[in-house]
Ligand binder design. Structure first.
Ligand code: NDP
Length: 462
């Protein structure tokens, strides 16, 4: 019998921590988890889930605009922000309850409070002072919005705050050009908020395929979002409940709210890592090897706190790998290859695998199959919006290296296409697949000739 209080103690009740706790519990291990806020973590409480609900709410405005030519009319539509926030709160509370139930079912002890290392085997629960020991410890404390040191930064919203605003602003300035900035710009604009996005680079969504970046940026501008590129915020001021964001070139933007969406930082402050003999890297992340193990053999870390790939399904996958390695005697390193991802903008982006630019650098012969077309719905709705489907193919081996989609349901399509890429299917298999007509996705299996190619990094016609 172990002399420790627990076989596994987990710091953080987010997606990764909860999955690890449940799996370890189901193996008959004595497991505890500490969460200082609400079980469910960023994804459930103030991230993916509420964001998607807000995206659904905002997309109704498209339906109202597009319906007339289909024969529908409505006297008047009215949006109630407080109702949306209440519905969202209801759903996340339900999900939080489900998480609690699943932990209880797996006999996991839940500590409400921050767990702080006293030494490498002992943790203290901050709220109660209780001390516990564990044979293995998993750090899954996640991340929080990064707020750079601008004068007036305390006047700005983070994504956490944006979910619980008391009233919907009439206007907003959003700073950043990543997932959160782009998604919230679409959400607020769709809800009728005058929206300005300020980004320091020349084209938002830096790590995505350039085609997607350019076409999404244009589409968002056509919809009415003002996008100011190559601009930085220097300070924020408040006057009579309105805010002024002052850009580094002196330009001023006035709005009811200013939101910063400038990335996230790992939650490693205040958990006593040094007392466990652990240090962090320059980004503040816990350093782990390819098996998610720190330099202290019995302490592991998964999810955003390691700053690897900060996505919920990745944290869950890392949790499953950790359990296999730590408890099932099967060394399992997480597989980060071909992670499908979506930006829930309007229109939406779905992407998996190599961008055109990366593939052209890595492979000597690359074929690009590209269709940029008006979806059937918009031939009637009249909406001036096109859709992009693009395949990036290894011209020598015929393997599909990347798929990039901009348009309705891109996220749903890309999840399924990720299976084809993971299975290393060739373009010939795509060609041999019968199209399903009429769908937008049929384009993906009917692009028979390359639009253009790359030979040794140079773009050529064919
Ligand atoms: P991202 O890392 O995606 O984007 C951060 C943005 O802020 C970039 O445009 C970056 O510019 C800019 N930036 C960073 N620092 C500064 C600065 N000091 N001044 C001006 N601009 C700056 O972070 P997000 O906050 O958007 O999202 C955090 C993470 O959450 C994402 O990485 C993703 O992993 C996850 N997420 C996933 C979603 C999804 O799957 N749909 C949705 C939302 C979040 P530059 O590009 O020039 O570096």
């Amino acid at each position: 019998m172990s002399t420790y209080d627990y076989d596994l103690f987990i710091i953080g009740g987010g997606s990764g921590g909860v999955r690890a706790a449940r799996l370890a519990g189901s193996l008959g291990k004595r497991v505890a988890i500490a969460e200082e806020y609400r079980i469910g973590g960023t994804c459930v409480i103030r991230g993916c889930i509420p964001k998607k609900l807000f995206a659904y709410a905002s997309a109704y405005s498209d339906v109202f605009k597009d319906m007339t030519e289909f024969g529908w009319s409505l006297e008047k539509t009215r949006f109630n922000w407080q109702q949306l926030v209440a519905s969202k709160n209801h759903e996340i509370t339900r999900l939080e309850g489900e998480y609690h139930k699943s932990l209880q079912k797996s006999q996991v002890k839940i500590y409400q409070g921050r767990a702080v290392f006293i030494d490498a085997w002992t943790l203290q629960i901050h709220s109660t002072g209780e001390r516990v020991t564990a044979e293995k410890i998993l750090i899954a404390s996640g991340s929080r919005p990064k707020i750079p040191d601008y004068p007036g930064k305390e006047l700005c919203l983070s994504s956490n705050d944006a979910f619980n605003l008391k009233t919907l602003p009439k206007s907003i300035v959003i700073v950043g050009g990543g997932y959160v900035a782009v998604e919230f710009a679409s959400i607020f604009h769709g809800l009728g908020v005058e929206t300005v996005l300020v980004y320091r680079g020349s084209l938002m969504l830096r790590h995505f395929d350039d085609d997607l970046r350019l076409l999404l940026q244009k589409a968002m501008e056509i919809r009415g979002i003002r996008i100011i590129c190559n601009a930085m915020i220097s300070r924020i001021e408040k006057q009579d409940n309105r805010y002024t964001a002052i850009l580094s070139d002196g330009k001023k933007l006035m709005a009811d709210q200013v939101m910063l969406a400038l990335g996230r930082i790992p939650n490693t402050d205040g958990i006593g890592l040094d007392r466990a003999g652990l240090a962090t890297d320059r980004a503040g992340a816990v350093v782990v090897n390819s098996y998610m193990q720190t330099k202290i053999d019995h302490i592991w870390a998964i999810g955003d706190v390691t700053n690897h790939v900060c996505l919920t399904p990745v944290a869950i996958h890392e949790a499953m790998c950790f359990i296999r390695t730590a408890f099932e005697n099967e060394m399992t390193a997480p597989d980060y290859d071909l992670i499908a991802t979506a930006v829930f903008s309007q229109p939406e982006i779905g992407t998996v695998g190599l961008s055109e630019e990366r593939a052209a650098q890595k492979f000597s012969h690359v074929e690009i199959y590209r269709a940029y077309f008006r979806p059937l719905r918009h031939t009637v709705s009249g909406r001036n919006e096109r859709m992009l489907t693009k395949l990036v193919v290894d011209g020598d081996r015929r393997t599909v290296l990347g798929v990039h989609i901009l348009g309705p349901n891109a996220s749903e399509m890309i999840q399924l296409l990720a299976i084809s890429l993971k299975g290393k299917l060739t373009k010939d298999v795509f060609d041999a697949t019968m199209a399903l007509h009429p769908t937008a996705a049929e384009e993906l299996v009917t692009m028979y000739s390359p639009s253009y190619c790359y030979r040794h990094g140079k773009k050529v016609k064919n």
